[in-house]
Structures are given as structure tokens and as C-alpha cells.
Design a binder for this molecule. Sequence first.
Ligand code: NAD
Ligand code: GDU
Length: 322
Amino acid sequence: MSGKYLVTGGAGYVGSVVAQHLLEAGHEVVVLDNLSTGFREGVPTGASFIEGDIRDAAKWLDSSFDAVLHFAAFSQVGESVVKPEKYWENNVGGTMALLEAMRSTGVRKLVFSSTAATYGEPEETPIVESAPTSPTNPYGASKLAVDHMITGEAAAHGLGAVSLRYFNVAGAYGSCGERHDPESHLIPLVLQVAQGRRDAISVFGDDYPTPDGTCIRDYIHVADLAEAHLLALTAAKPGEHLICNLGNGNGFSVREVIETVRQVTGHPIPEVAAPRRGGDPAVLVASARTARERLGWNPSRADLAGIVADAWVFAQNVSKER
Ligand SMILES: NC(=O)c1ccc[n+]([C@@H]2O[C@H](COP(=O)([O-])OP(=O)(O)OC[C@H]3O[C@@H](n4cnc5c(N)ncnc54)[C@H](O)[C@@H]3O)[C@@H](O)[C@H]2O)c1
Ligand SMILES: O=c1ccn([C@@H]2O[C@H](COP(=O)(O)OP(=O)(O)O[C@H]3O[C@H](CO)[C@H](O)[C@H](O)[C@H]3O)[C@@H](O)[C@H]2O)c(=O)[nH]1
């Protein structure tokens, strides 16, 4: 059955890919985005677009919507360490206003973009949802605060909600991909080196307690991630807040990612050693068992070279447009 969905942050990377998947599944999509980090041209064709802020969601939300998929947020770990107030204000304050608008209009289903950064430095790997949450940066703390708000909203007011804790999202889907400005994520930055737009990639820390000394992350294809959102819409039950990790359960070090980009692009990628970046845990790898069991999620694009290859095609197409 087709539905009508508000996609906050749908002009950004993950939101645009999910909006595209919703459209392909025959749903009606309204994107609400203030374009603070997103791009008008990122909104998929076929979606309606409102240029506005989630803090004013009450202006546009009404009972005709079946659910909200909430991506709008600031999401740079490093920036959050130096400007924490920006993260509390937008991520927590903004979501509070959105929840209020949902309550007053009777829209009772939510899928929220949470993050692996809610866990902080894990005690055990792979990380399960019951692991302690002790974020090492304000970005993760702001997302954890929102998860707590949603738990309360579900218990007190019957919201049906799913928080999806993404690990490291990468890759592209057709014309939708990653184009943060400035870019801070590893794979698009290494691809910029391959394109000659940057001289070298900085490796933030090579003295972590990992086999090659660089940080290990679990890279998940954005299209696999998008599929989980559509499944979450079906799985959300009134009064329940379900939390699911989304990752492949395979960790790759920064140096392994750089080597994969060399192989996929055929370009030499010079690297330079740089100090650790504040707030970075050494290893983040997901157990996505809950997502498999509760959502029926079955990611099919786990191969890192394939993820990088899709991001590479997208990066080259975006450069041609510039
Ligand atoms: N990319 C990742 O690796 C990753 C990992 C974990 C979680 N997440 C989360 O997923 C979500 C999407 O991330 P992304 O990489 O697509 O980021 P993005 O910056 O590309 O997209 C975020 C979008 O939200 C919009 N936005 C921000 N604040 C807003 C506001 N107050 N009102 C309206 N629109 C607003 C921005 O303009 C942008 O289009 C974020 O919530 C992020 O925290 C991302
Ligand atoms: O130029 C760079 C950029 C990144 N890195 C390293 O590469 C790894 C991945 O960094 P990203 O910035 O690509 O991703 P993060 O792991 O910091 O963050 C991502 O995953 C987090 C969960 O841990 C949050 O969800 C966040 O929103 C999301 O961007 C980190 O060890 C980082 O230090 C470098 O060495 N050089």
C-alpha cells in the first residue's frame, strides 16, 4: 500500500537516497530541508520540496502523513567537538520541535537516523544495541539524547519509532550520492585525491591499538541502508521504540580503505600522517542481528571495492557537472 511520507533532510546524502527508494516503491514523498548542508538539486525528481527548518515542522505537517523519516541534523564529529552548542541546538532542539509537531497532528510513526557514535569507545566488538552508550563526542551525545527523547515519546504518547544506528555510510545510488561541502568523510576525500582535486589524504592517527595503527570502521552501502528504512516503516509498532544497528559486521582500517581506492580507481593516492582527530574511537564494527531479525534486513552490497566503485562513479559525474 502506498503512503505519504515527510523526509526531513531529504536534500542531503542519505535522505535523498531514501527518498528515491520511497518514490521507486510508489510512495508520495515531501522533503523538508533548510539546505544548510544539502543541495536543492539533490532532492529526487518526483518528490515535493519545502525549503524550511524542522523547528517549523508544525507549519507543514498534517494528519495526511503516514510517517516521518528524520535525517535532518548536523553530523560532523570533529566540528561537534569544537562547536557542541550547534549540535545540541539543531539535533536535539530541532527534533524536539519535530516530535511536538508530530504529536499535535497525530502523525504517529517515525524512523530516525541515529548513529554508531552513540556508543563511544566500545567495550566489545561487534557492537550490539544493548552495549553501553558513552559517546566520545557531542555529535554522538546529541543523537543519544534524541534516542532517549523518542523512547519517552513512544512510552508516553504511543509513537511507533525505529532508530537506525548507522555505522559508516558510503557509496552512491544513481544520481544520489555524498557531496558534503566541506567534505569530512574518508571515502569521498580519498576519491578527491584520485581525481587530482587534493594532493594527498591525511591519515588521522597511526598509533591506535589496531593491526596497522589506523582506525577501523564498518562501511555500509547507502542503498542497503535505504532498504532498511522502508522495512522499518513496516516494523514500527505503536508504543514501541526499536533500535537497530546497521552495518556489515566487517571492519576496514583507514589504510585498507585507501588501498581499496587505489585498486578501484587505478590512481596512486599519496598519504600523509596527521595527528588523531578528536573524538574518534579506534574500532567501530556493528552487529546488525537485530535489524536482520526484526526488520528482515538482508544487505547485499557488503564488498568494500563495490561500495568504493559506486562512490567513484558518482564523484566523477558530479565533477563533470561543476
Ligand atoms: N553519513 C553518515 O556516515 C552517517 C552516519 C551515521 C548517521 N548519520 C545521520 O544520517 C543523517 C543524514 O546524514 P547525511 O550524511 O545525509 O548528512 P547531510 O548533511 O548530507 O544531510 C543532512 C540534511 O539535513 C538538512 N538539515 C540540517 N539541519 C536541518 C534543519 N534544522 N531543518 C531542515 N533541514 C536540516 C541539511 O541541509 C542536509 O540536507 C544525519 O542525521 C546523520 O547524523 C549519517
Ligand atoms: O581525511 C580523513 C578523514 C577521515 N579519516 C579517518 O577515517 C575514519 C572514518 O572517518 P569519517 O569521517 O569518514 O567517518 P566517522 O567514522 O568519523 O563518522 C561516521 O560515523 C560516525 C559513527 O561513528 C557518525 O555516525 C558520523 O555521522 C559518520 O560520519 C576515521 O577514523 C577518521 O579519523 C582520516 O584518517 N582522514
